[in-house]
Ligand binder design. Structure first.
Ligand SMILES: [Zn+2]
Length: 99
């Protein structure tokens, strides 16, 4: 699972390199890739609990916990980002977002 971040970084670099389209579209594609790369700097593995690694950014609702509990890593945000590349041979089916 730790390879999901590296997988996404590589795909986003490929997207940036492939932005050979009209300048106004290329600019948007580059900004989109940059925004997603910034998400990769926030959604990083943080603490490890009895449930495994947790995302430093995401929390999920949990009865009795006002602010929820940390999301398991890789979190849903990363899984959704990676799903755009589900047809890539290095994509791992266990990265598929649930819900
Ligand atoms: Zn997250």
């Amino acid at each position: 699972m730790a390879d999901l971040i590296e997988f996404l970084r590589t795909r986003l670099e490929e997207d940036r390199a492939a932005a050979a389209v009209p300048p106004q579209v290329a600019g948007r594609l580059l900004r989109d890739a940059e925004a997603k790369q910034r998400l990769l700097t926030v959604h990083v593995p943080d603490a490890v609990s009895v449930h495994g690694r947790q995302c430093a950014e995401c929390r999920v609702p949990e009865p009795g916990w006002e602010y929820g509990v940390p999301s398991p890593f890789p979190c849903r945000t990363l899984r959704i980002l990676a799903a755009a590349y589900a047809d890539h041979p290095d994509y791992q089916p266990d990265w598929t977002p649930t819900a």
